[in-house]
Design a protein around this ligand. Structure first.
Ligand SMILES: NC(=O)C1=CN([C@@H]2O[C@H](COP(=O)(O)OP(=O)(O)OC[C@H]3O[C@@H](n4cnc5c(N)ncnc54)[C@H](O)[C@@H]3O)[C@@H](O)[C@H]2O)C=CC1
Ligand SMILES: CC(=O)C(=O)O
Ligand SMILES: [Mg+2]
Length: 370
């Protein structure tokens, strides 16, 4: 198969979807790999390393899209890329369709096959291609939150761990999945007073077992959230309903119940955010303030730590990339239930129900195309 690796063009997105090691594996399996010049620079991989691994370097993004049967990317295509995507081309990347109607419509119109990292799902319902970046973003959420709690950056001016004789900051984590667990661990490690909420009682039992004593587990419901936000200094949004638009657990009206200088880090922003007032921001301009509350809503947080994130992401994606290249998407998805769950759009049809539901668009079950 002809595989194309474009350079990411989202703001400050420094990850790349294949390492030179990944190219070596594809070439060993008989595939041809085209890499856009400087695609790996942000992650510390030079064109020379990709060439040594057996790739051909192409100068422009247009050439990569034009030649490839499968495009392997990190972030969702942005507007300038829409027109480059061809009918029947396989695009394997994060899409987060349910939060982005124009992207959904453009991909339907492209007649391409869109396989989304974030909905590839194992039998145990875990999301193997989301997990590594959720681990990164969960940990980063506390780094960022601690930073924005500083007074000069708009925060209340409180140190997460406090000091002897002074109480630590209160951290509220909404959602106890991968992002939430990593955030709670980091906040607890810094000495904060942490509360983590989830709707799953088995999950809360597990978290209560594994997390340290300065993390309390509390059932997520609107009453408990309304109480907790009044005294929280840092709130991390980390809920997910796979493939769907995130529910708004904190509404616009609730901001007035928060203390001025509270910091919100809505990691779930890529699925539309679980805080109503969150709108996607960039690493260049990451925050805005509403009612004295600092909002951090960067949709590609791991892009800022590419030396960690590219390796963590490609460790997880490469086996799936190889399977798709070796068998083609149709056979691979017929045989492999995990990959099949990743199919969101096939040749103009939305085959992932939560995406169709998000925009009242037509849904057609994936089985119709396999
Ligand atoms: N902004 C960024 O750069 C990044 C964003 N993310 C996003 O972070 C979000 C969370 O991802 P993961 O932790 O991997 O998901 P996950 O599936 O591991 O965890 C989600 C948790 O939310 C819980 N949940 C669902 N509804 C809830 C409610 N009403 N109240 C409380 N908890 C509820 C679920 O029970 C589950 O435990 C996703 O939207 C993901 O795409 C992930 C990585 C990077
Ligand atoms: C998951 C995601 O949105 C990211 O890694 O950027
Ligand atoms: Mg929203």
């Amino acid at each position: 198969m002809i595989v194309g690796l474009p350079k990411e063009i989202k703001n400050n997105e420094n990850r790349v979807a294949l390492t030179p090691g990944g190219v070596t594996e594809l070439v060993k399996n008989g595939h041809t790999v085209y890499v856009q010049a400087t695609a790996g620079n942000g992650s510390g991989f030079s064109d020379e390393e990709y060439k040594s691994a057996g790739a051909t370097i192409l100068p422009t993004i247009e050439e990569v899209y034009a030649i490839a049967e499968m495009i392997v990317k990190v972030k969702e295509p942005i507007e300038s890329e829409y027109k480059l995507i061809k009918p029947n081309q396989l695009v394997f990347t994060y899409f987060h369709f349910a939060s982005h109607e124009p992207l959904t419509k453009a991909m339907v119109a492209s007649n391409a096959v869109c396989l989304a990292y974030e909905t590839v799902e194992k039998k145990d319902r875990s999301l193997p291609l989301l997990v590594p970046m959720s681990e990164v973003a969960g940990r980063m959420a506390i780094q960022k939150g601690a930073n924005y709690l500083e007074k000069p950056l708009g925060g209340r001016g409180i140190l997460l761990g406090g000091v002897a004789g002074v109480a630590p900051a209160k951290v509220l984590v909404l959602g106890g999945g991968i992002v939430g667990t990593e955030a709670a661990k980091m906040a607890a490690g810094l000495g904060a007073d942490v509360t983590i909420m989830d709707i799953s009682l088995p999950r809360l039992r597990y978290l209560s077992d594994i997390l340290p004593a300065n993390v309390k587990t509390v059932m997520s419901n609107s009453y408990n959230i309304a109480q907790a936000i009044k005294s929280s200094n840092l709130i991390v949004g980390a809920v997910l309903i796979p493939g769907a638009k995130a529910p708004h657990l904190i509404t616009r009206a609730m901001l007035k119940d928060m203390q001025p200088g509270t910091v919100l880090v809505d990691v779930a922003v890529d699925q539309g955010g679980c805080i109503e007032t969150c709108k996607p921001t960039t690493h260049e301009n990451p925050t805005f303030v509403i009612d004295g509350v600092v909002h951090y809503c960067v949709a590609n947080m791991p892009g800022a730590v590419p030396y960690t994130s590219t390796l963590a992401l490609t460790n997880a994606t490469l086996p799936y990339v190889l399977k798709l290249a070796n068998q083609g998407w149709l056979t691979a998805c017929q045989k492999d239930e995990e990959l099949r769950k990743g199919l969101n759009v096939i040749n103009g049809n939305i085959v992932y129900k939560p995406v169709a539901d998000a925009f009242n668009m037509a849904y057609s079950p994936v089985e119709n195309y396999l």
